[in-house]
Design a binder for this molecule. Structure first.
Ligand code: SF4
Length: 422
């Protein structure tokens, strides 16, 4: 059986491929691309039908971060001319959230820059969540505040948070080259704290930082092990004024191969196309919907996306539908695990706390995972180091493919007087 037949069969059973198979997806050629998308699409439709979950970002506190994540426009020393403001008032954040929900978003993602929240910050977010849920109790709220201290996840859960985001971003081996002020282990710990408190874990990666195929596969398998319910796939937005401003390592084809690999390793998990969708997939975005079952509506934390209505038109034109508030995102067996975790307070890695049986009795991991700051961009080694699994040089964009013209700093929505894009 050839690679794609094997991956499809495994994905339909909810089975995880081998590491070698995941690497082989990244090594496929452009001639094979539509076959790769079709194979991943079968797996996507098996578990998620033609639904697209919409998520809406509200940046509660922008810029001024003491951490040094190389990919981030909000980092210490960033010269990126982004919006900078401190905590939005609860009613300001609720107004922005309402715009996203009115535009079709099922989940609101409340994000604040910084190493991690103080207990006073947890109070602020508690008030903000109350303001949002007062207006619409059905809205899902995911919180992203950085590294959590003991009991903060429990406080967020008690205050009504549904999920916590903290991305692993890249492999353990390369984490130290993108950030010096905290470690990969810190990030894993926060994911586990969130999961242990019964919050759904949202944790993903950033591609395009000069990482190798092995790095990408490492982080995606690590996310599977942690039991992330939602895996945001960010494509580095190389902001001028950050250390990674010149890192243009992605093509639309490469992005689709990465998404397909993430889907095969996480057949029954929410896979979200996150920051960098418009910048790197460009006119190929609709093909991404055949692989991922979730996107952000409208703008990102510090950059502008395409118009919210354009997102909605794209979904409809591609033959998909926006997931409704009353519809479950995860397949039943995964939702059962999430509920069991919430009830038990189990927050360890997947291997230690049970498996999820698919309809054919195969296993998917359950516990753990985390978040961190969301779709602000990303990087690691030099582009010249990027290699495929076969050791051949990956396609690197030519000068005319450097699309810094597509990077638009956010100037509307939260923290401004202008209406949000939703
Ligand atoms: S990713 Fe988060 S912690 Fe890192 S610099 Fe950006 S805002 Fe700060």
């Amino acid at each position: 059986m050839d690679l794609l037949d094997t991956l499809t069969a495994k994905g339909l059973r909810g089975e995880v491929p081998t590491r070698e198979e995941a690497l082989a997806v990244l090594a496929t050629t452009d001639d094979e691309l539509l076959d790769v998308v079709a194979a991943a699409g079968k797996v996507r439709r098996r578990w998620f039908g033609r639904r697209v979950k919409l998520n809406y970002l509200v940046n509660l506190k922008s810029g001024l971060c003491p951490e040094d994540c190389s990919y981030c426009s909000q980092r210490l020393g960033s010269k990126a001319e982004i919006l900078k403001y401190t905590w939005l008032k609860p009613e300001q954040a609720a107004d922005a959230a309402r715009a996203g929900v009115a535009g079709g978003a099922k989940r609101v993602c409340l994000v604040a820059s910084g190493r991690g929240p103080t207990d006073r910050d947890i109070d602020r977010v508690t008030d903000t969540m109350a303001a949002i849920k007062d207006a619409d109790p059905a809205v899902e709220i995911c919180v992203c505040l950085g590294l959590l201290s003991d009991n903060q996840a429990e406080r967020l859960k008690a205050a009504g948070a549904d999920a916590y985001n903290h991305n692993l971003n890249t492999s353990e081996n390369t984490y130290g080259s993108i950030t010096k002020t905290h470690t990969y282990a810190d990030r894993v710990d926060t994911v586990q704290k969130a999961h242990g408190a019964g919050l759904s874990a949202c944790s993903g990666l950033i591609a395009g930082m000069g990482e190798s195929d092995e790095d990408l596969v490492d982080v995606v398998f690590a996310l599977r092990e942690l039991g992330s319910d939602s895996v945001p796939v960010n494509f580095l937005i190389p902001f001028e004024g950050t250390p990674l401003a010149k890192e243009w390592n992605l093509t639309p084809q490469r992005c689709l191969r990465i998404l397909a690999m993430v889907r095969f390793v996480n057949p029954d998990t929410e896979v979200r196309i996150a920051g960098g969708r418009e910048v790197h997939l460009r006119s190929m975005q609709p093909l991404g919907l055949h692989i991922a079952n979730s996107i952000f509506l409208g703008d990102y934390l510090t950059s502008e996306g395409q118009a919210g209505q354009t997102d909605l038109d794209m979904i409809k034109d591609a033959g998909f539908e926006v997931e409704g508030a009353g519809e479950a995102t995860l397949p039943r067996h995964r939702a059962d695990i999430a509920e069991a975790v919430a009830a038990s307070g189990c927050g360890t890695t997947a291997s230690s706390c049970g498996t999820a049986a698919s309809s054919s009795g195969t296993a998917a991991s359950a516990c753990g995972s985390g978040g961190g700051c969301g779709p602000c961009g990303g990087h690691a080694h030099t582009p010249a180091e990027a290699t495929t699994a076969e050791g051949t040089e990956a396609a690197v964009p030519q000068d005319d493919e450097l699309r810094s013209d597509l990077v638009k700093v956010r100037r509307r929505g939260a923290g401004t007087e202008l209406a949000p894009n939703a």
